[in-house]
Design a protein around this ligand. Structure first.
Ligand SMILES: *Cc1c(COP(=O)(O)O)cnc(C)c1O
Ligand SMILES: [Zn+2]
Length: 483
């Protein structure tokens, strides 16, 4: 296949381009981040997004089955034969009527994009399938990443199923057990490094250079190409009508960057008319983007004030501040895609917000109570939405799509902690005060005795309506989006 794709430095003063056959984690001239770009004039682009829908009829063909590669015309960097897919992206956009009502949204306006449905249980598979495809294209055999957990789980899964050796670096004591279990199970060589995610990432970049390992972190621009498809699926579920808002948690900021790129390209190609607004939610214990954005840092046509970023990091360092949050997937102090995230915020007229661990866990319990399990980082979206509604930045009548980035079973300890106060997670940490969440659903200890059990279950009719669910519509009563 004659490729129409190339790599391009995001720094407008540099703009160097490189072949897609090269393995790079930054611009060879100035070290800045790279984009994958396309010569769209030579690419075969569908005339309308509706053409992608018809691919589903051809789902016995793995590339049309994949919720990522179905859209491959929108990131044509690899020949079909190179594509590493295991059927990722079978995710859905759920209309969260009851949850929306509960937090005061207009009926039917809140939607949840449930990326926990992916093969490894997080949105990372969308990007990993693309990066592995590039790794295969350049003939790599060994792949590596630093991870707060989900990147390593996804890498390990794709390595095992596509014949690569996987090597993952995780910070000691920082990983949720569901995620660690996946890396071990799929046979990745797992190195626990003394230090946090930022330290691990620095190390793995160094080691990758030494050993010629293919780096799978989101500095790898091919990952972001695959992650664009999350937004294509959101649009598809809404019959190609962009929502008013996209809300996403911010960690290393690859996902929000990919979303910005996706919408920028669709608009430029004339495939959508409107670009939604973007809200990126940080945990308050790891809120570099929010702090810098609030302090006025902007994309500024690519001329980002690097001195402001450096000064911010120096001040964190001098105060000994390290990222800390219950939402381990976004416990990142130095997000590598910061500049791309600023570009996405610029393009999408975006906002940032930070939310406390308490708000995250309360929001997670609420999402769970209405029937979708997600991990703490994902719940930052609903916590952020509540804040943005209060501040009237988002209106109750807006149509909002929140990305639930990871599955609830990734981090069962966080859930058990919220409901019981039992801290199974970090043995090194002293047991906390028994602070149960406001929706704590504590297991009831009961003797093996019939009348005690009957009493514990309670009188009939008491169905624990504490979440205020009220009337729950059936599937057929949900808003139906006409094609
Ligand atoms: C990786 C991850 C995030 C953060 O995404 P970034 O692209 O790093 O900003 C959020 N939630 C979950 C569940 C993740 O695995
Ligand atoms: Zn450059």
């Amino acid at each position: 296949m004659k490729t129409v794709a190339f790599q391009k430095c995001i720094n407008p003063d540099c703009g160097a381009t490189f072949d897609v056959g090269q393995t790079l984690t930054g611009c060879k001239l100035c070290g800045d981040l790279l984009d994958i770009e396309y010569d769209w004039c030579s690419a075969a682009i569908p005339k309308s997004m509706k053409e992608f829908q018809t691919r589903w009829q051809n789902r016995r063909f793995p590339l049309d089955f994949s919720g990522v590669w179905r859209f491959r015309d929108l990131f044509p960097f690899a020949a079909d034969a190179m594509i590493c897919t295991i059927g990722e992206g079978q995710t859905f956009l759920q209309n969260a009527v009851c949850l929306g009502n509960h937090i005061g949204m207009w009926p039917g306006q809140l939607w949840l994009q449930y990326e926990g449905m992916n093969p490894s249980g997080s949105f990372k598979d969308n990007g990993m399938t693309a990066a592995f495809t590039h790794a295969r294209l350049v003939g790599a055999r060994r792949v590596a990443c630093a991870s707060t957990g989900n990147t390593s789980a996804s890498l390990a899964l794709y390595a095992a199923s596509n014949g690569f050796q996987g090597i993952v670096f995780i910070g000691s004591g920082k990983i949720a057990f569901g995620k660690l279990a996946q890396a071990l199970d799929y046979g990745a060589r797992t190195l626990q490094i003394e230090g946090d995610f930022d330290t691990c990432l620095m190390r793995v970049r160094e080691v990758a250079t030494h050993l010629g390992l293919y780096l799978m972190n989101s500095v790898n621009p091919f990952r972001l190409e695959g992650q664009k498809s999350i937004m294509y699926r959101v649009l598809e579920s809404l019959s190609w009508q962009p929502p008013d808002w996209i809300i996403v948690p911010g960690g290393n900021l690859g996902n929000c960057s990919a979303f910005g790129k996706a919408f920028g390209e669709l608009k430029a190609l004339g495939l959508i008319k409107k670009i939604p607004r973007l809200a990126v939610i940080n945990a308050s214990g790891a809120s570099t983007l929010h702090q810098l954005f609030t302090a006025g840092l902007r994309w500024n046509h690519g001329h980002v004030d690097e001195a402001q970023i450096k000064a911010h990091y120096a001040s964190l360092e001098s105060q000994g501040i390290h990222p800390h949050t219950v939402a381990s997937a976004i416990e990142i102090g130095r997000p590598v895609n910061l500049k791309k995230a600023l570009r996405a915020l610029d393009l999408m007229n975006g906002v940032t917000c930070d939310v406390s661990d308490e708000e995250i866990l309360e929001a997670k319990a609420l999402i769970g109570r209405f029937g979708l399990g997600c991990e703490p980082a994902s719940a930052a979206t609903i916590a952020g939405l509540k804040r943005l509604l209060e501040r009237q930045i988002i209106s109750r009548s807006d149509r909002v799509a929140c990305v639930l980035t990871g599955h609830g079973l990734k981090d069962p300890d966080a859930t058990v902690y919220y409901h019981t106060g039992i801290n199974t997670k970090n043995a090194r940490q002293p047991a906390p005060e028994a602070t149960w969440g406001s929706r704590a659903n504590k297991p009831i200890r009961v003797d093996d005795d019939l009348s005690a059990i009957l009493a514990a279950i309670g009188a009939s009719g008491d169905i624990g309506a504490d979440a205020g669910a009220g009337y729950v519509p059936t599937a057929l009563e949900l808003p139906f989006v006409e094609y």
